[in-house]
Design a protein around this ligand. Sequence first.
Ligand code: MG
Ligand code: ZN
Length: 178
Amino acid sequence: MTRYAFLDRDGTLVRDPGYVHRVEDYALLPGVALGLRQLQEAGFRLAIVTNQSGIGRGLFSEDDFARFQAHLVSDLAAQGVEIDATFHCPHGPDEGCPCRKPAPGLLEQAERQLGADLPSSWMIGDGERDARAALAAGLAGAVWLGGPAPAPGDSHRAAPDFAGAARLILKRPSPSRR
Ligand SMILES: [Mg+2]
Ligand SMILES: [Zn+2]
């Protein structure tokens, strides 16, 4: 059973002025490296799941996205954090794709390609659609940064920042299988 912490990127791991894609604008948010190391040490594998409609909207290219992503992954690696994979949705909101969060498509890709065990995995994000994608994919739960919990129930929780989100996940007992 491979437990994953699935990570939204923009506004969760990195500062997001809106459609962030230039390496010059890269800024890792406080508490992220520490929180990720703690999740890793507790046995979670890590993967990024990110909506990138800026590609579909023509604001930046797949190459821009890949460059920014490589910068993020290598910065995290230098801080002892290993990201297994990144899954991104390049589509616009009107394209009706199955991968744009809140749809569960990116998480289902992770299940197929990484062997992720979704019922024991968690999502950390800063948007309601992150939590809704987690719910749709049947994850153990989601932590939403900077807002009230978007869905009822103990498995959807709010935290003030990334380190707080990691702490919330790590203090919970291992989930029972559904
Ligand atoms: Mg976000
Ligand atoms: Zn998509």
